[in-house]
Design a protein around this ligand. Structure first.
Ligand code: SOE
Length: 391
Protein backbone atom coordinates (compact mmCIF):
# COMPACT_ATOMS: atom_id res chain seq x y z
CA UNK A 1 0.00 0.00 0.00
CA UNK A 2 1.20 3.54 -0.50
CA UNK A 3 3.33 2.74 -3.59
CA UNK A 4 2.50 4.71 -6.75
CA UNK A 5 -0.52 3.42 -8.61
CA UNK A 6 -0.20 5.67 -11.67
CA UNK A 7 2.82 6.47 -13.79
CA UNK A 8 3.15 10.21 -14.50
CA UNK A 9 4.25 11.11 -18.05
CA UNK A 10 3.96 7.49 -19.18
CA UNK A 11 4.40 6.94 -22.93
CA UNK A 12 1.36 5.93 -24.96
CA UNK A 13 0.77 2.25 -25.60
CA UNK A 14 -0.59 0.19 -28.48
CA UNK A 15 -1.87 -3.36 -28.06
CA UNK A 16 -1.61 -6.09 -30.68
CA UNK A 17 -4.27 -8.76 -30.12
CA UNK A 18 -7.98 -8.44 -29.52
CA UNK A 19 -8.66 -11.94 -28.24
CA UNK A 20 -8.76 -12.88 -24.55
CA UNK A 21 -5.58 -11.35 -23.15
CA UNK A 22 -5.24 -8.14 -25.23
CA UNK A 23 -8.20 -6.47 -23.49
CA UNK A 24 -6.76 -7.56 -20.13
CA UNK A 25 -3.64 -5.55 -21.01
CA UNK A 26 -5.76 -2.55 -22.01
CA UNK A 27 -7.70 -2.60 -18.74
CA UNK A 28 -4.53 -2.85 -16.63
CA UNK A 29 -2.81 -0.04 -18.56
CA UNK A 30 -5.71 2.31 -17.94
CA UNK A 31 -5.56 1.57 -14.21
CA UNK A 32 -2.00 2.94 -14.08
CA UNK A 33 -2.75 6.02 -16.16
CA UNK A 34 -1.34 4.86 -19.50
CA UNK A 35 -3.17 6.00 -22.64
CA UNK A 36 -3.92 3.12 -25.02
CA UNK A 37 -3.81 4.92 -28.36
CA UNK A 38 -4.69 2.03 -30.65
CA UNK A 39 -5.35 -1.65 -31.24
CA UNK A 40 -4.15 -3.97 -34.00
CA UNK A 41 -5.98 -7.24 -34.58
CA UNK A 42 -5.66 -10.12 -37.02
CA UNK A 43 -8.86 -9.04 -38.81
CA UNK A 44 -9.87 -5.35 -39.04
CA UNK A 45 -13.60 -6.01 -38.60
CA UNK A 46 -13.14 -8.07 -35.46
CA UNK A 47 -10.54 -5.63 -34.15
CA UNK A 48 -12.97 -2.75 -34.71
CA UNK A 49 -15.67 -4.58 -32.74
CA UNK A 50 -13.24 -5.27 -29.91
CA UNK A 51 -12.01 -1.67 -29.94
CA UNK A 52 -15.58 -0.43 -29.61
CA UNK A 53 -16.25 -2.90 -26.80
CA UNK A 54 -13.18 -1.81 -24.80
CA UNK A 55 -13.22 1.86 -25.81
CA UNK A 56 -9.99 2.11 -27.82
CA UNK A 57 -10.31 5.00 -30.27
CA UNK A 58 -8.15 3.75 -33.16
CA UNK A 59 -7.70 0.46 -34.99
CA UNK A 60 -4.54 0.10 -37.06
CA UNK A 61 -4.61 -1.46 -40.51
CA UNK A 62 -1.26 -3.17 -39.96
CA UNK A 63 1.97 -3.08 -37.98
CA UNK A 64 3.47 -0.51 -40.35
CA UNK A 65 0.77 1.97 -39.43
CA UNK A 66 1.12 1.20 -35.73
CA UNK A 67 4.89 1.74 -35.73
CA UNK A 68 4.46 4.96 -37.72
CA UNK A 69 2.30 6.38 -34.93
CA UNK A 70 4.66 8.52 -32.85
CA UNK A 71 2.19 8.52 -29.96
CA UNK A 72 3.14 4.89 -29.36
CA UNK A 73 6.08 4.44 -27.01
CA UNK A 74 5.30 0.89 -25.86
CA UNK A 75 3.87 -2.03 -27.85
CA UNK A 76 2.08 -4.88 -26.05
CA UNK A 77 2.30 -8.07 -28.13
CA UNK A 78 -0.75 -10.15 -27.17
CA UNK A 79 -1.31 -11.93 -30.49
CA UNK A 80 -1.14 -15.67 -31.21
CA UNK A 81 2.25 -17.15 -30.29
CA UNK A 82 3.56 -17.58 -33.86
CA UNK A 83 3.33 -13.80 -34.42
CA UNK A 84 5.32 -12.79 -31.34
CA UNK A 85 8.78 -12.97 -32.90
CA UNK A 86 8.19 -10.65 -35.85
CA UNK A 87 6.09 -8.18 -33.89
CA UNK A 88 8.55 -7.95 -30.98
CA UNK A 89 11.51 -7.73 -33.38
CA UNK A 90 9.99 -4.90 -35.45
CA UNK A 91 8.90 -3.06 -32.31
CA UNK A 92 12.45 -3.02 -30.92
CA UNK A 93 13.90 -2.12 -34.33
CA UNK A 94 11.48 0.83 -34.42
CA UNK A 95 12.96 2.11 -31.15
CA UNK A 96 9.95 1.25 -28.96
CA UNK A 97 9.64 -0.62 -25.70
CA UNK A 98 7.92 -4.00 -25.84
CA UNK A 99 5.83 -6.07 -23.43
CA UNK A 100 5.44 -9.50 -25.04
CA UNK A 101 2.97 -12.13 -23.89
CA UNK A 102 4.43 -15.55 -23.18
CA UNK A 103 5.80 -17.57 -24.79
CA UNK A 104 8.29 -15.08 -26.23
CA UNK A 105 8.77 -17.04 -29.44
CA UNK A 106 8.36 -20.44 -31.07
CA UNK A 107 12.02 -21.54 -31.30
CA UNK A 108 15.28 -20.89 -29.47
CA UNK A 109 16.70 -19.37 -32.66
CA UNK A 110 13.94 -16.77 -32.51
CA UNK A 111 14.18 -16.14 -28.75
CA UNK A 112 17.98 -15.89 -28.88
CA UNK A 113 17.78 -13.38 -31.75
CA UNK A 114 15.26 -11.30 -29.77
CA UNK A 115 17.45 -11.51 -26.67
CA UNK A 116 20.49 -10.33 -28.62
CA UNK A 117 18.55 -7.47 -30.22
CA UNK A 118 17.15 -6.36 -26.84
CA UNK A 119 20.66 -6.56 -25.37
CA UNK A 120 21.90 -4.18 -28.04
CA UNK A 121 19.20 -1.67 -27.07
CA UNK A 122 19.52 -1.36 -23.26
CA UNK A 123 17.44 1.82 -23.09
CA UNK A 124 14.40 -0.05 -24.42
CA UNK A 125 12.35 -2.22 -22.07
CA UNK A 126 11.95 -5.80 -23.35
CA UNK A 127 9.51 -7.50 -20.98
CA UNK A 128 7.69 -10.84 -21.04
CA UNK A 129 4.34 -11.04 -19.25
CA UNK A 130 5.01 -13.70 -16.61
CA UNK A 131 2.34 -12.06 -14.48
CA UNK A 132 1.99 -14.83 -11.86
CA UNK A 133 5.21 -13.58 -10.24
CA UNK A 134 3.24 -10.50 -9.20
CA UNK A 135 0.72 -12.15 -6.91
CA UNK A 136 1.75 -10.64 -3.55
CA UNK A 137 1.92 -14.02 -1.81
CA UNK A 138 4.21 -15.38 -4.57
CA UNK A 139 6.57 -12.52 -3.78
CA UNK A 140 6.20 -13.34 -0.08
CA UNK A 141 7.30 -16.93 -0.77
CA UNK A 142 10.32 -15.69 -2.75
CA UNK A 143 11.32 -13.27 0.03
CA UNK A 144 10.96 -15.89 2.77
CA UNK A 145 12.94 -18.53 0.87
CA UNK A 146 15.69 -15.98 0.15
CA UNK A 147 15.76 -15.20 3.89
CA UNK A 148 16.28 -18.92 4.63
CA UNK A 149 12.98 -19.38 6.44
CA UNK A 150 12.45 -22.97 5.22
CA UNK A 151 16.16 -23.82 5.19
CA UNK A 152 17.59 -25.80 2.26
CA UNK A 153 15.04 -26.33 -0.50
CA UNK A 154 14.56 -30.00 -1.37
CA UNK A 155 11.78 -29.92 -3.98
CA UNK A 156 9.31 -27.87 -5.99
CA UNK A 157 6.15 -29.64 -7.17
CA UNK A 158 2.79 -28.72 -8.55
CA UNK A 159 0.48 -28.40 -11.50
CA UNK A 160 -1.31 -26.03 -13.82
CA UNK A 161 -4.62 -27.45 -15.04
CA UNK A 162 -7.63 -26.14 -16.94
CA UNK A 163 -10.69 -27.65 -18.65
CA UNK A 164 -11.44 -25.30 -21.56
CA UNK A 165 -10.16 -27.81 -24.14
CA UNK A 166 -11.77 -30.88 -22.53
CA UNK A 167 -14.03 -31.91 -25.39
CA UNK A 168 -13.03 -32.89 -28.94
CA UNK A 169 -15.20 -30.05 -30.28
CA UNK A 170 -13.38 -27.46 -28.13
CA UNK A 171 -11.02 -25.62 -30.47
CA UNK A 172 -8.53 -22.72 -30.41
CA UNK A 173 -5.48 -21.62 -32.42
CA UNK A 174 -3.36 -23.05 -29.60
CA UNK A 175 -4.17 -26.67 -30.53
CA UNK A 176 -2.50 -26.24 -33.95
CA UNK A 177 1.16 -27.16 -34.41
CA UNK A 178 3.34 -24.05 -34.06
CA UNK A 179 6.02 -25.30 -36.46
CA UNK A 180 8.55 -25.27 -33.62
CA UNK A 181 8.40 -27.48 -30.55
CA UNK A 182 4.79 -28.47 -31.32
CA UNK A 183 4.06 -27.95 -27.61
CA UNK A 184 0.75 -26.46 -26.51
CA UNK A 185 -0.17 -27.01 -22.82
CA UNK A 186 3.53 -26.93 -21.94
CA UNK A 187 4.27 -23.77 -23.96
CA UNK A 188 1.02 -22.03 -22.99
CA UNK A 189 0.72 -22.73 -19.25
CA UNK A 190 3.68 -24.94 -18.41
CA UNK A 191 5.99 -21.97 -19.06
CA UNK A 192 4.04 -19.98 -16.43
CA UNK A 193 4.59 -22.77 -13.89
CA UNK A 194 8.29 -23.21 -14.69
CA UNK A 195 8.96 -19.47 -14.62
CA UNK A 196 7.22 -19.19 -11.24
CA UNK A 197 9.09 -22.17 -9.78
CA UNK A 198 12.48 -20.73 -10.82
CA UNK A 199 11.48 -17.28 -9.60
CA UNK A 200 10.35 -18.49 -6.16
CA UNK A 201 13.51 -20.48 -5.37
CA UNK A 202 15.90 -18.22 -7.32
CA UNK A 203 17.41 -21.07 -9.33
CA UNK A 204 17.19 -22.36 -12.92
CA UNK A 205 16.04 -25.74 -14.16
CA UNK A 206 19.08 -27.66 -15.45
CA UNK A 207 17.49 -30.80 -16.94
CA UNK A 208 14.06 -32.27 -17.72
CA UNK A 209 12.42 -35.63 -18.34
CA UNK A 210 8.99 -35.29 -19.93
CA UNK A 211 6.00 -37.40 -20.89
CA UNK A 212 3.41 -35.79 -23.17
CA UNK A 213 -0.08 -36.94 -24.15
CA UNK A 214 -2.56 -35.92 -26.81
CA UNK A 215 -5.88 -37.43 -25.69
CA UNK A 216 -7.85 -36.04 -28.64
CA UNK A 217 -5.88 -36.84 -31.81
CA UNK A 218 -8.71 -35.22 -33.77
CA UNK A 219 -10.74 -32.11 -32.96
CA UNK A 220 -13.60 -30.36 -34.69
CA UNK A 221 -12.38 -27.02 -36.05
CA UNK A 222 -15.33 -24.63 -36.49
CA UNK A 223 -15.46 -22.27 -39.41
CA UNK A 224 -14.29 -18.83 -38.19
CA UNK A 225 -12.37 -17.86 -35.09
CA UNK A 226 -12.39 -19.71 -31.77
CA UNK A 227 -11.35 -17.44 -28.92
CA UNK A 228 -9.76 -18.61 -25.69
CA UNK A 229 -12.01 -19.92 -22.92
CA UNK A 230 -15.15 -19.67 -25.04
CA UNK A 231 -16.57 -22.98 -23.82
CA UNK A 232 -19.68 -24.04 -25.71
CA UNK A 233 -20.05 -20.66 -27.45
CA UNK A 234 -20.16 -21.16 -31.21
CA UNK A 235 -20.54 -24.94 -31.06
CA UNK A 236 -23.48 -24.64 -33.47
CA UNK A 237 -21.21 -23.46 -36.32
CA UNK A 238 -20.24 -25.85 -39.14
CA UNK A 239 -16.97 -27.61 -38.33
CA UNK A 240 -14.45 -29.95 -39.93
CA UNK A 241 -12.41 -32.69 -38.30
CA UNK A 242 -8.69 -31.96 -38.11
CA UNK A 243 -5.72 -33.92 -36.79
CA UNK A 244 -4.11 -32.64 -33.57
CA UNK A 245 -0.61 -33.55 -32.36
CA UNK A 246 -0.07 -30.94 -29.65
CA UNK A 247 -0.09 -31.94 -25.96
CA UNK A 248 -3.32 -31.94 -23.93
CA UNK A 249 -1.32 -33.11 -20.92
CA UNK A 250 2.30 -33.28 -19.80
CA UNK A 251 4.16 -34.61 -16.77
CA UNK A 252 7.71 -33.33 -16.38
CA UNK A 253 10.48 -34.32 -13.95
CA UNK A 254 12.92 -31.50 -13.14
CA UNK A 255 16.43 -31.13 -11.74
CA UNK A 256 17.54 -27.61 -10.80
CA UNK A 257 21.11 -26.27 -10.91
CA UNK A 258 21.95 -27.13 -7.28
CA UNK A 259 20.26 -30.57 -7.36
CA UNK A 260 16.86 -29.45 -6.09
CA UNK A 261 14.25 -31.80 -7.53
CA UNK A 262 10.90 -30.94 -9.09
CA UNK A 263 7.90 -32.30 -10.92
CA UNK A 264 4.88 -30.65 -12.45
CA UNK A 265 2.01 -31.61 -14.67
CA UNK A 266 -0.09 -29.49 -16.98
CA UNK A 267 -3.42 -30.30 -18.54
CA UNK A 268 -6.11 -28.43 -20.46
CA UNK A 269 -8.55 -31.34 -20.15
CA UNK A 270 -9.11 -31.52 -16.36
CA UNK A 271 -12.85 -31.12 -15.85
CA UNK A 272 -13.71 -28.47 -13.29
CA UNK A 273 -10.26 -26.92 -13.02
CA UNK A 274 -10.76 -23.51 -14.69
CA UNK A 275 -7.31 -21.95 -14.35
CA UNK A 276 -5.68 -23.74 -11.45
CA UNK A 277 -1.97 -23.41 -10.72
CA UNK A 278 -0.65 -25.13 -7.60
CA UNK A 279 2.91 -25.01 -6.31
CA UNK A 280 4.51 -26.51 -3.17
CA UNK A 281 8.08 -25.96 -2.02
CA UNK A 282 9.53 -28.33 0.60
CA UNK A 283 12.59 -27.31 2.61
CA UNK A 284 14.69 -28.64 5.48
CA UNK A 285 12.86 -26.43 8.01
CA UNK A 286 9.41 -25.99 6.52
CA UNK A 287 7.31 -25.73 3.37
CA UNK A 288 5.06 -23.39 1.42
CA UNK A 289 2.02 -24.12 -0.73
CA UNK A 290 0.03 -21.68 -2.86
CA UNK A 291 -2.88 -22.01 -5.32
CA UNK A 292 -3.76 -19.44 -7.99
CA UNK A 293 -7.53 -19.92 -7.54
CA UNK A 294 -7.13 -19.03 -3.84
CA UNK A 295 -4.40 -16.40 -4.27
CA UNK A 296 -5.04 -14.59 -1.00
CA UNK A 297 -3.91 -17.51 1.17
CA UNK A 298 -0.44 -18.96 1.74
CA UNK A 299 -0.06 -22.35 3.51
CA UNK A 300 3.03 -22.60 5.70
CA UNK A 301 3.99 -26.12 6.78
CA UNK A 302 6.05 -26.98 9.87
CA UNK A 303 7.26 -29.95 11.96
CA UNK A 304 8.14 -27.91 14.99
CA UNK A 305 4.75 -26.29 15.47
CA UNK A 306 1.30 -25.85 13.95
CA UNK A 307 0.89 -25.31 10.25
CA UNK A 308 -0.36 -21.82 9.38
CA UNK A 309 -2.39 -19.96 6.76
CA UNK A 310 -1.16 -16.44 6.01
CA UNK A 311 -3.85 -14.21 4.49
CA UNK A 312 -2.64 -11.49 2.14
CA UNK A 313 -2.50 -8.36 4.25
CA UNK A 314 0.16 -5.83 3.27
CA UNK A 315 0.67 -5.06 6.96
CA UNK A 316 1.79 -8.68 7.49
CA UNK A 317 3.93 -9.07 4.37
CA UNK A 318 7.58 -8.44 3.78
CA UNK A 319 8.26 -5.12 1.97
CA UNK A 320 9.04 -6.89 -1.35
CA UNK A 321 5.58 -8.48 -1.24
CA UNK A 322 3.68 -5.55 0.27
CA UNK A 323 4.95 -3.26 -2.53
CA UNK A 324 2.93 -5.33 -5.04
CA UNK A 325 -0.26 -5.15 -2.99
CA UNK A 326 -2.46 -2.05 -3.06
CA UNK A 327 -5.53 -3.21 -1.20
CA UNK A 328 -5.90 -3.89 2.54
CA UNK A 329 -6.31 -7.46 3.74
CA UNK A 330 -9.68 -8.94 2.89
CA UNK A 331 -10.16 -6.70 -0.16
CA UNK A 332 -9.35 -9.45 -2.61
CA UNK A 333 -6.68 -8.88 -5.24
CA UNK A 334 -6.33 -11.29 -8.14
CA UNK A 335 -5.49 -12.01 -11.78
CA UNK A 336 -6.12 -8.48 -13.19
CA UNK A 337 -4.05 -6.92 -10.39
CA UNK A 338 -0.98 -8.93 -11.39
CA UNK A 339 -1.03 -7.28 -14.85
CA UNK A 340 -1.33 -3.87 -13.18
CA UNK A 341 1.64 -4.58 -10.91
CA UNK A 342 3.82 -5.93 -13.73
CA UNK A 343 3.05 -2.91 -15.91
CA UNK A 344 3.79 -0.53 -13.00
CA UNK A 345 7.27 -2.07 -12.87
CA UNK A 346 7.80 -1.80 -16.63
CA UNK A 347 6.48 1.75 -17.06
CA UNK A 348 8.13 2.89 -13.85
CA UNK A 349 11.46 1.72 -15.28
CA UNK A 350 10.72 3.40 -18.62
CA UNK A 351 9.86 6.83 -17.20
CA UNK A 352 12.80 6.72 -14.80
CA UNK A 353 15.05 6.40 -17.82
CA UNK A 354 17.76 3.80 -18.31
CA UNK A 355 20.79 4.00 -16.06
CA UNK A 356 23.18 1.25 -15.15
CA UNK A 357 22.08 1.36 -11.55
CA UNK A 358 18.51 0.63 -12.49
CA UNK A 359 17.91 -3.03 -11.68
CA UNK A 360 15.17 -4.48 -13.83
CA UNK A 361 12.42 -5.83 -11.58
CA UNK A 362 10.16 -7.28 -14.28
CA UNK A 363 10.55 -10.50 -16.33
CA UNK A 364 12.60 -9.80 -19.45
CA UNK A 365 13.58 -11.51 -22.70
CA UNK A 366 16.25 -13.32 -20.66
CA UNK A 367 13.44 -15.12 -18.81
CA UNK A 368 11.48 -15.52 -22.03
CA UNK A 369 14.44 -17.09 -23.81
CA UNK A 370 15.03 -19.48 -20.88
CA UNK A 371 11.43 -20.71 -21.17
CA UNK A 372 11.84 -21.44 -24.88
CA UNK A 373 15.02 -23.42 -24.12
CA UNK A 374 13.01 -25.37 -21.54
CA UNK A 375 10.29 -26.05 -24.12
CA UNK A 376 12.81 -27.35 -26.63
CA UNK A 377 14.41 -29.57 -23.98
CA UNK A 378 10.98 -30.90 -22.96
CA UNK A 379 10.00 -31.63 -26.56
CA UNK A 380 13.33 -33.43 -27.14
CA UNK A 381 13.07 -35.37 -23.87
CA UNK A 382 9.55 -36.56 -24.73
CA UNK A 383 10.70 -37.60 -28.21
CA UNK A 384 13.78 -39.48 -27.03
CA UNK A 385 12.39 -40.79 -23.74
CA UNK A 386 15.29 -39.62 -21.57
CA UNK A 387 16.69 -36.77 -19.46
CA UNK A 388 17.78 -33.76 -21.51
CA UNK A 389 20.03 -30.93 -20.29
CA UNK A 390 18.56 -27.46 -20.87
CA UNK A 391 20.66 -25.51 -23.41
C1 SOE B 1 -4.97 -20.08 -21.83
O1 SOE B 1 -4.39 -21.24 -21.38
C2 SOE B 1 -4.52 -18.90 -20.96
O2 SOE B 1 -5.18 -17.75 -21.43
C3 SOE B 1 -3.03 -18.64 -21.07
O3 SOE B 1 -2.65 -18.37 -22.43
C4 SOE B 1 -2.67 -17.46 -20.18
O4 SOE B 1 -1.27 -17.21 -20.23
C5 SOE B 1 -3.07 -17.79 -18.74
O5 SOE B 1 -2.79 -16.66 -17.91
C6 SOE B 1 -4.55 -18.12 -18.66
O6 SOE B 1 -4.88 -19.17 -19.59
Amino acid sequence: MGSPIVIPKAPGAAVIGGGFIGPVHVEALRRIGVEVVGLLGSAPDRAAATARRIGVAHVYRDLDELLADDRVGVVHVASPNAQHFEQAWRTLEAGRHVVCEKPLAITVDQSKALLDLAGSRPSQAAAVNYNIRFYPLCREIRARIAAGEIGRVFSVTGSYVQDWLLYPDDYNWRVESDGGTNLRAVADIGTHWMDLAQYLIGESIASVNADLATFHPHRMRPVGVSETFTGSIGKDRPAEQVEVTTDDHAAVLLRFDSGIRGVFHVSQVTAGRKNSLTIEIAGSEGSFAWESESPERLWIGSRRGPNQFLSRDPALLRPFAASASHYPGGHVEGFPDTFKQLFLDVYGWIVKGRSDGDAVTFPTFIDGDREIRLCEAIARSAGEGRWIEVG
